[in-house]
Write a protein that binds this ligand. Structure first.
Ligand code: ADP
Ligand code: MG
Length: 698
């Protein structure tokens, strides 16, 4: 049985080598199978004809039938346009072209029956249809056309005549030439049980449905399959790992932990912190390797939870390490830990790229001998030269900066893999967490330490700076400090740095009495750290910075966060930045400064920010506004989404069903040997081979 779907696209009649190259380069369509899976982005109902007198300018697309009465050119030079007066016997409408005039007049005849398809617009109070599609009426049979597919193509392709219409021609040719049905990729019993459309039918109907209902059933089947295999992959991986690895057992809570808890902890834990520590104790004591994702809003006290978990590891004879995404943050952790632990006999050391020479040797030796109990660092701790005597727990701070692949490298740091606690302040919506981190258990700190006042967020147009300056002056007068943050995007880096420099100079002029720090990514690390340190120590009152401060800097005395060009930040980023203030007991403020003209999306983002401080609400809104492929954090981790159809923001229910079904099948067939599921395991293997992103997800 020859499967022709693997054939090169160039052999499809009408394609040929040149168009095949376009299809490959622009749309990644290389084989017939790729074309099958290149789904239309919309369909238009071609069964309905309108009368010309029914047309209004707010109709998206219409179809009329009639004849061209006459052609006429209007205007001149570059404004030249061609008008065809078109009638259906009851009314007249103008068809208009601004380009391709010669082609149109040479191609279409007067007094012949045509079907005209296009988008009516109003011009000078009259309805006309610019650049319509025109087909001879005797060549189209509308009743069988049903819903017509529309395919995205690129500008480049369109300029070369490769438009949606041509793609439609290719797909319809392909379906005509497929002699055998496309082979089913889900077990028959599952297709029956869930009343899914078989694959062959679903593929045909997603391109060429005859009704909206057919289209939605076809879409459902394909979405389900997509999510199902992702879930099956993750869950299978999770089980395998649980079976293979025995976890280190932290059987006791010992002296170090208890001494810290009773004598050194400067405040009482929040209920949420206590609950999470209990969850971690249960995991690490169970004999199962812990993989836990700890989500908690900025300032919710994750660092302390990390420290106390590490103390449990120490009490059981193990070392612990924590990885931060930046050197500044690693250093801050080091100081925080040393401060918390004071004179307790716990050796905490730092390992980053800047720790060099003798100092580095000493740290590495201490890690090897076990003398260093807690190692704080950047991903330098992943290097092969870092050789722990007995690593029991790894904490990863701000997970989204670490690829999942790096997480996997930790496994080899020990005979038995260490327990892993991943901390993130980016609240990941549930649907996304299930897909991305399906193999992690999730804990949530949903409570801030007591006494924090909610941050007040205000929106300010950038032509009204006086009020802003007054506010800053008042706060600094009360002894507080202020952040002023500018966006930094690689493509416009030069301009961004200039904006920051201009802003800095302006602030220096407006506040000659204050000391102002300036930090951006182009500075040398040492210089940057020094400036940062000046602000942390309170020597400077204002810190002007690009987003380098985004993650983790802790200056409880800072009470104002001014975000310049706030329209250029995403919601998650705005929320992260805002979390830099509000860490003390006093009222803090976040001021979003934007230009006056804003898009609807931006207005929505700003409105959400001013209305809520709840990170989860913001993350959900973000997912809805931007779609998951775009979500900050997932981009940074390099987890590209290869979902064609399913949309994690909208298809939560399909995802639930997919996960539930995958779980059920794994329960029923743990050995992967039941014949009715054979197709699944084969397919999963094939997918894992072809699709790199899958290995990233697991
Ligand atoms: P996160 O890492 O979650 O953003 P941090 O751990 O940096 O938050 O905590 C923010 C601040 O709150 C720190 O100054 C920390 O010492 C303090 N903090 C943490 N837990 C508590 C608590 N239970 N009560 C009071 N303050 C706390
Ligand atoms: Mg933190």
């Amino acid at each position: 049985m020859a499967d022709i779907t693997a054939n090169d696209i160039k052999f499809l009649p009408g394609v040929g080598p040149q168009r095949a190259k376009w299809l490959g380069d622009e749309l990644h369509i290389h084989t017939l199978n790729d074309l099958l899976y290149y789904f239309p982005y919309k369909h238009i109902d071609r069964t309905r004809l309108y009368y010309i007198h029914e047309l209004t300018a707010d109709m998206p697309y219409v179809q009329i039938r009639g004849q061209i009465l006459s052609f006429e050119t209007e205007g001149e030079g570059r404004k030249l346009r061609l008008v065809a007066h078109f009638t259906d016997g009851r009314g007249v409408v103008d068809l208009v072209w601004f380009q391709g005039i010669k082609y149109v007049t040479g191609h279409y005849k007067l007094h012949r029956d045509y079907i005209v398809f296009g988008r009516p617009t109003a011009f000078n109070g009259r309805i006309n249809i610019p650049h319509p599609d025109i087909d001879p009426a005797d060549e189209l049979s509308l009743s069988t056309m049903g819903l017509q597919p529309y395919y995205h193509t690129t500008e480049k392709m369109k300029r070369n005549g490769l438009n949606s219409r041509l793609l439609e021609h290719f797909t319809s040719t392909l379906f005509k030439r497929l002699e055998q049905p496309v082979e089913e990729t889900l077990p028959d019993c599952l297709v029956r049980e869930l009343n899914l459309m078989p694959l062959d039918e679903a593929l045909r109907k997603i391109h060429y449905p005859s009704t909206a209902e057919e289209l939605s059933r076809a879409t459902f089947r394909l979405k389900f399959e997509e999510l199902f295999y992702v879930q099956l992959n993750i869950l299978r991986y999770m089980r395998d790992r649980q079976q293979k690895c025995r976890g280190l057992v932290f059987s006791r809570v010992g002296d170090t932990f208890m001494r810290f808890y009773t004598h050194y902890l400067p405040f009482s834990l929040t209920g949420a912190q206590k609950r999470v520590i209990r969850e971690i104790r249960r995991d690490t004591g169970s004999g199962r390797q812990m993989n836990r994702l700890l989500q908690g809003d900025v300032g919710s006290g994750k660092t302390l939870v990390a420290l106390m978990s590490m103390l449990i590891a120490l009490d059981n004879g193990y070392q612990a390490c924590i990885m931060a995404p930046t050197e500044i943050l690693a250093e801050q952790h080091l100081h925080t830990f040393r401060n918390f632990l004071k004179d307790m006999a716990v050796r905490v050391e730092l390992l980053t790229g800047s720790v060099k020479g003798k100092r580095r040797e000493a740290v590495l030796e201490g890690v090897r001998s076990g003398a260093v109990q807690i190692l704080v660092g950047t991903h330098a701790v992943l290097e092969d030269t870092v050789d722990f005597l007995a690593l029991g727990l790894v904490v990863i701070d701000e997970q989204h900066r670490f690829g999942v692949a790096q997480r996997a490298r930790l496994w080899v740091k020990n005979v038995s893999p260490p327990h892993v606690l991943v901390m993130t302040a980016t609240p990941i919506p549930r649907t996304l967490a299930m897909t991305l981190y399906g193999d992690l258990d999730v804990s949530v700190i949903d409570e801030l330490p007591p006494g924090r006042k909610p941050i007040q967020t205000l929106h300010q147009f950038d032509n009204r700076r006086e009020t802003l300056y007054q506010g800053i002056r008042r706060q600094i007068g009360e002894g507080r400090q202020v952040y002023v943050v500018y966006p930094l995007i690689q493509e416009s880096e030069k301009m961004d740095i200039k904006n920051l420099e201009d802003g800095y100079e302006q602030l220096c002029r407006v506040f000659p009495d204050y000391r102002i720090s300036k930090v951006h990514g182009k500075m040398k690390p040492a210089e940057k750290d020094a400036e940062m340190q000046r602000f942390v120590s309170g020597e400077t009152q204002i810190l002007v910075a690009t987003t380098v401060i985004e993650v983790g800097v802790n200056v409880p005395n800072a009470s104002v966060m001014v975000i310049e060009n706030a329209e250029r930040f995403g919601l998650a980023q705005l929320h992260q930045l805002r979390g830099r203030v509000g860490r003390g007991a006093d009222q803090s403020y976040c001021i979003l400064v934007t230009k006056y003209q804003l898009s609807a999306d931006t207005r929505k983002r700003i409105q959400i920010m001013t209305e809520t401080n709840d990170g989860f609400e913001i993350a959900e809104a973000d997912l809805k506004l931007r779609g998951p492929g775009d979500l900050e954090g997932t981009q940074q981790s390099g987890v590209a989404f290869d979902l064609r159809l399913a949309n994690l923001a909208r298809d939560g229910q399909v995802l639930q069903l997919a996960r539930h079904t995958a779980q059920r099948i794994l329960d029923k067939d743990p050995q992967k040997c039941l014949p009715e599921y054979a197709v699944l395991w084969r397919r999963l293997q094939a997918l894992r081979k072809t699709n790199v992103n899958w290995s990233v997800i697991s």
